[in-house]
Design a protein around this ligand. Structure first.
Ligand code: NAD
Ligand code: IPM
Ligand code: MN
Length: 363
């Protein structure tokens, strides 16, 4: 097994958490006799500063030439007043678009050990296991026209979808539901938006090919409440780009921290892997970042790009074991009534690798 992985660590805590994800992948490679070749390129704010653009041409070329791209996060307060198409976030949207992956899988799993870290009651979240399938290349993020006319005091964006874009992401959601608990919740705003009416009608059409999978529809406003009230009742949740962005951060409440959430984007030329969280400027450079979302993202690389399912499961198991042993990063131990050992980013990464090693050696 040989895999070429491009690391675009980006800004803020991006480099801190991707370092730990790469170290985990290196551990898997060493123990399994696999060859993972890593290359590293700039994206986002660091690329704006060094190259004058958030997605330099050599980064894009290297990404297209790799088997998988691992992205940390982009963005920083110092870039907040730049025009949209020049900002760090533009680099991320450009690379997503160029790689072509349209189905962004964002699993949210509530580890029992982290229940005390959630403001929700343990019995509400216990066993919650949701797979968000976020459409990643359409909707308001990419729809034209878009602009801000400062003189007129007017700005506009376009939420646009074609039927084909909905069909392809809905099919991914149903296929994945088939391998899970066979339920798809489609989230839209069909009571108000034509684009959501197209979305809903298309999802219903696709569902006809999956009679073994239950389909329900929810409006996004109600869904944001149901997600907090009864997260265990959801299996696969499929939705458009912006709704998926918002709901997947909300899932950070179920998992106990936004820093626990991984993602994989599939369906394009090259799969793209990124934790759900951002560059977290408020904690960057201090060793406070939780690397588990990035490490679980490494597990998704093993699953979706390397075809190493057993190793992916082993990484997920190692994360669980480390949490069982009581190890926490600061975001997972805010009140810390039990006085659990609070680890830095690198210490947490090392704990996961240590546990992973015993799991893989004894496998
Ligand atoms: P954020 O996700 O960076 O942070 C939100 C909160 O969660 C902060 O309090 C932060 O400290 C905390 N947090 C996030 N990840 C954490 C981790 N791994 N461990 C511990 N705590 C963590 O969102 P924001 O503050 O709204 O945005 C900051 C910047 O990140 C913005 O420029 C935004 O555009 C960008 N962003 C980038 C991505 C990406 O590159 N994929 C995703 C989201 C936001
Ligand atoms: C995410 C982020 C990005 C998004 C931003 C940084 C462009 O919030 O990956 O969730 O909105 O898709
Ligand atoms: Mn987001």
């Amino acid at each position: 097994m040989k895999l070429k992985i491009l690391v675009t660590a980006g800004d803020g805590i991006g480099p801190e958490v991707t370092n730990e994800a790469v170290a985990v992948l290196n551990e898997v490679a060493a123990l399994g006799g696999y060859t993972f070749e890593f290359d590293s390129k700039r994206i986002g704010g660091v690329a704006i500063v060094a190259d004058g653009t958030p997605l330099p041409a050599d980064t894009l070329a290297a990404a297209l030439d790799s088997d998988a791209v691992l992205l940390g996060a982009v963005g920083g307060n110092e870039f907040n007043s730049m025009p949209t198409d020049k900002r760090p976030e533009a680099g991320l949207l450009q690379i997503r678009s160029a790689l072509g992956g349209f189905a962004n899988l964002r699993p949210a799993f509530a580890f029992k050990e982290l229940a005390v870290n959630s403001p929700l009651r343990p019995e509400v979240i216990d066993g919650a296991d949701i797979l968000f399938v976020r459409e990643l290349l359409g909707g308001l993020y990419f729809g034209q026209p878009r602009d801000w006319n400062r003189e007129a005091g007017e700005a506009w964006n376009t939420m646009r979808y074609t039927k084909g874009e909905v069909v392809r992401v809905a099919r991914v959601a149903f296929e994945l539901a088939r391998k899970r608990r066979k339920k798809v919740t489609s989230v839209d705003k069909a009571n108000v938006l034509e684009v959501s009416q197209l979305w809903r009608a298309t999802v219903i059409e696709v569902a006809a090919d999956f009679p073994d999978v239950e389909l329900e529809h929810q409006y996004v406003d109600a869904m944001s409440m149901h997600l907090m009230n009864r997260p265990r009742t959801f299996d696969v949740v499929v939705t458009e780009n912006l709704f998926g962005d918002i709901l997947s951060d909300e899932a950070g409440v179920i998992t106990g921290s936004l820093g626990m959430l991984p993602s994989a984007t599939i369906g394009g030329k090259v799969n793209l892997f990124e934790p759900v969280h951002g560059s977290a400027p408020d904690i960057a450079g201090k060793g406070l970042a939780n690397p588990l979302g990035a490490i679980l993202t490494a597990a998704l690389i093993l699953r979706h790009s390397a075809g190493l399912e057993a190793e992916a499961v082993a990484v997920e198991k190692a994360v669980r074991k480390v949490l069982e042993q009581g190890f926490r990063t600061p975001d997972l131990a805010r009140d810390n009534p039990q006085g659990l050992p609070v680890l830095s980013t690198t210490e947490m990464g090392a704990k996961v690798r240590e546990t992973l090693k015993t799991l893989l050696v004894n496998a």
